[in-house]
Design a protein around this ligand. Sequence first.
Ligand code: DI6
Ligand code: FE
Length: 404
Amino acid sequence: MSLKLWQHCRVATMQAMVDRPYGLIEDAALLVEGALVKWVGARTALPPELMARVGEQHDAAGALITPGLIDCHTHLVYAGNRSDEFELRLNGATYEAIARQGGGIASTVRATRAASEEELMTQSGWRLRQLLAEGVTTVEIKSGYALALAGERKMLQVMRALARQYPVGIRNTFLGAHAVPVEFAGRGDDYIDEVLRMLTLLHTEGLVDAVDAFCEAIAFSPAQIRRVFEAARALGLPVKLHAEQLSDSAGAALASGFGALSCDHLEWLSESGVQAMAQAGTVAVLLPGAFYFLRETRVPPVALLRQYGVPMAIASDCNPGSSPCSSLLLMLNMACTLFRMTPQEALAGVTRNAAQALGLSDRGVLATGKRADFVLWNVQEPAQLSYAFGANPCLQTVFKGEQQ
Ligand code: DI6
Ligand code: FE
């Protein structure tokens, strides 16, 4: 098979190298064979035997190249919007009070149940295209806005259909334990029985890649989540958890005990929670969009996460209630300004560490044998991707070796 060559570029490989921030290669060359990276390095070191096989050459004209961005936590398949609740909040209501009064997640559940598969495709496709326009090549999407079998299946099928229609890798996460639906009001444990039944069926149908849950006073208790995680474990599915978002329920320690891929949000994470995550190799997924939009004041313990060597990822949390956002680049900026992450940590958070948060070892860095998912940017320095906001310097995306 002939090779494709990109040259006249700087490549931020995002390989972890102590002596080389961003794993940056000056005057680089990138060789692609099919859907995979064949070679990346300094242009002057290009092996002649590979050079002889080049069939297609691209002049990157000085662009910066990074791995394709990975949004490792979204709820982007849903119907409707919650601008009415935004107005209520601006008139004094709180997110939790709205949720307790039948709004919040429940109102999106009503809209999502009522939407046809086509309507869901249209509304979700619009958001997905906005992510892709900023160089995103892998997206995780959670179910959890139907909370009943038919609708959860519909959401997961829409995700599979989006993956067929758009140049993007999609990971389906089953979030049946997102909220207690009205039919089960006051009967959370009974609803967990139903979650387990749905999970088993939907897994059998090949629709589930991972399992998530919402551990919070307004959602599910650690004991209830343990049941979901035990079922996931029995099915061989990896788990993740919305933990310590609005309060400390020790969810992170529970999830770490199940070897969770990630714990997400974490504003209220304690030091013992950080230690548990470090021990389990669980990624901390930080969601500055939700922090910003809910006007939270308590930031996740970034310094502790650093100190214990817990990898940090960043995601959009794209959802209608707490983060109506489909810009991952904006999240880079917010992770730096609001959470005081460094631009290098932020970029690792949407590449290498985001891949780890999804259990995907084939992407997130540019190296021989990894997927040829990458982005050409109209910037000189990698830090510019975090520094500018409301800007989109994406020149071109390459997905599985193909220019988009
Ligand atoms: N935490 C969140 O921030 C989203 N889900 C969750 O478990 C919010 C979902 C919503 O309000 O629709
Ligand atoms: Fe979320």
